[in-house]
Design a protein around this ligand. Structure first.
Ligand code: PEP
Ligand code: MG
Length: 576
């Protein structure tokens, strides 16, 4: 028996036999061609074929799975028609007289490197798109294929080096028990499709294929990201029992759609969604999101090759605000810099970008950019309930300066008789320790706090949130972070303002009881986590959790906190 750890990419537990999906390793050599123009023709033919394949997959996925799952193939179509991407490859063939497959690989590798360095979920998915398209083009140029995933002879767990969206779109939904792979993470397109197909998945398991033989009996636990190869009888029984409990839990989830997020002792909280664009709204509604707790507006800027004009921004914000029909929408001002860079702003490289010229710091310096966004947000506020949010605030001076610019912008709109919500709430992300420590002062000058744990963990523990080598040190259970969270909630309460959370911790089932016990009143998360969070909230007695929060805060290590939180969650009855 051997247990391997990866990233839980799609939940669910299965026990079954494995089939290894070996993909051909293709070596691409640089060759010189006599007639680059003929090579370009060969490349164009491959592009035509690729387009044909992608169109066909798009229609199949649209019909079988729906528009959300098909979206990625629409993106692939656009990329195959993108004059910049195609033009770069053709230029390389022409200028250097090289073979098409080598040129495709060169251009793709360059782009993948740029996207991966940006280290945001969105950029990672762009990098997946480039990988997929270039792999497809290279296979067409070299005329090689792969195993047929759509037609399994018997039920099996499929293991591979990586599952691309095309692989996942061919998956035999009836007979595929789970998918596991060496590459990929929670946000790769393969993972997104696996979740939508409700097929358990564990990705990012180093050296998986070295340990597996075709036909091995394995257990896949998509929640904890565990794969157990050739388990003993006792382990199989334990997981079979967990599987029954999990399935029962899933059933109760679908039954609480439309119900209130209220504890057994009658305390109601708000379960909101984090979004990056109006395109995410479908998922919000499908999962019963009660509000938008974080609209990450920087994606509008990242999606563009120039600063998005006021009207373009206004429409994107208004679409979300209007669709929410009066329910709150927290719009965060531009949180750019650090790991999310805009080429067109030409910000010089920095030694410490996470601590550098970014977010509110950049906006206060570039008021031309800031005011355009504030105008667009204020205009959108006339269409529903907007709450303005400033990111990366680390001092009162910054907050005061941001509010001064806001007042100037409001005054300008009043002069121009442009309507906006005069009562719009203004809050800050508490994601820098200095803001958490001084939250008693901040609380007197804002309408609300929302705690950004993703960055608060990074800045409290001095651990780069994107550095895989330090992943073991980056923990939401770190008691130092929990103590800061408690300080912020207490200071908010004392000043009579509400306190929410929009970092990933807000959707962590093991932390929800503790956060509730501390007095958090709004939890904003990935839309797909909302129903699960509601289920947990509805199983809790807030009165009993205050003591549990105290206990969690008394530990000295993240490991102890994690174990305590896990046991607490396990003690909840999973079926009612
Ligand atoms: C955070 O830092 O917790 C947060 C929600 O913001 P982002 O992940 O966009 O930095
Ligand atoms: Mg942040």
């Amino acid at each position: 028996m051997k247990a391997m750890k990866g990233i839980g990419a799609s939940p669910g537990i299965v026990v079954g036999r494995v089939i290894i999906h070996w993909k051909e390793q293709i070596d691409i050599l640089r060759e010189y061609v006599e007639e680059p123009d003929r090579e370009i023709d060969r490349f164009r033919t491959a592009v035509e074929f690729a387009l044909e394949q992608v169109r066909e997959t798009y229609s199949r996925v649209l019909e079988k799975m729906g528009p959300d799952e098909a979206e990625v193939f629409h993106g692939h179509k656009l990329m195959l028609k993108d004059p910049d991407f195609i033009g770069r490859i053709e230029d390389l063939i022409r200028d250097e007289g090289v073979n098409a497959e080598w040129a495709v690989k060169q251009v793709a590798d360059g782009l993948i490197q740029i996207f991966e360095n940006l280290d945001t979920d969105y950029m990672k998915s762009r990098s997946d798109d480039v990988k997929n398209i270039s792999e497809r083009l290279i296979k067409l140029l070299l005329q090689v294929g792969g195993m047929d995933l759509s037609n399994l002879r018997e039920e099996a767990i499929i293991a591979a080096r990586e599952f691309t969206p095309s692989d996942m779109s061919q998956i035999d939904r009836e007979k595929t028990l789970a998918v596991i792979a060496e590459m990929g993470g929670k946000t790769s397109h393969g993972a997104i499709i696996a979740r939508n197909l409700e097929i358990p998945a564990v990705f990012g398991i180093p050296h998986l294929l070295d340990e597996l033989e075709n036909g091995d009996l394995i257990i896949v636990d998509g929640d904890t990201g565990t794969v157990i190869i050739n388990p003993d009888g006792e382990t199989i029984d334990k997981y079979r029992e967990m599987k029954v409990r999990y399935e029962c839990f899933k059933k109760s989830l679908s039954e609480i759609r439309g119900q209130k997020s209220v504890t057994l002792d009658g305390v109601e909280v708000e379960l909101a969604a984090n979004v990056a664009s109006p395109r995410d709204l479908d998922e919000v509604f499908r999962n019963d999101g009660e509000a938008i707790g974080l609209y990450r507006t920087e994606f509008l800027y990242l999606d563009s090759t120039y600063l998005p004009p006021e009207d373009v921004q206004f429409e994107a914000y208004r679409d979300v605000v209007a669709a929410m029909e009066g329910r709150p929408v927290i719009i965060r001002t531009l949180d750019i810099g650090g790991d999310k860079n805009l080429d067109y702003l030409a910000i010089p490289g920095e030694e410490n970008p996470a601590l550098g010229y970014r977010a509110i710091r950049l906006c206060l310096d570039r008021q031309d950019i800031f005011k355009v966004q504030l105008r667009a947000i204020l205009r959108a506020s006339a269409f529903g309930t907007v709450r303005l949010l400033f990111p990366m605030i680390s001092s009162l001076e910054e907050l005061r300066e941001a509010k001064k610019i806001l007042r100037e912008t409001q005054e300008e709109l009043r002069r121009r008789e442009i309507p906006f919500d005069e009562k719009m709430q203004t809050g800050i992300m508490v994601e820098v320790p200095s803001a958490a420590i001084l939250s008693d002062h901040f609380a007197k000058e804002v309408d609300y706090f929302t705690i950004g744990t993703n960055d608060l963990i990074q800045y409290t523990t001095a651990v780069d949130r994107g550095n895989e080598k330090l992943a073991h040190l980056y923990s939401q259970y770190n008691p130092a972070v929990l103590r800061l969270i408690k300080t912020v909630i207490d200071n908010g309460k004392r000043a009579g303002i509400w306190v929410g959370m929009c970092g990933e911790s807000a959707g962590d089932p093991r932390l929800i009881p503790i956060l509730l016990g501390m007095g958090l009143s709004e939890f904003s998360m990935n839309p797909s986590s909302i129903l699960q969070a509601r289920w947990i909230i509805r199983s809790l007695n807030k009165g009993e959790l205050e003591g549990a929060a105290e206990t969690a805060l008394s530990f000295g290590t993240a490991e102890e906190v994690e174990e305590y939180c896990s046991n607490l969650l396990q003690s909840l009855s999973l079926c009612r």
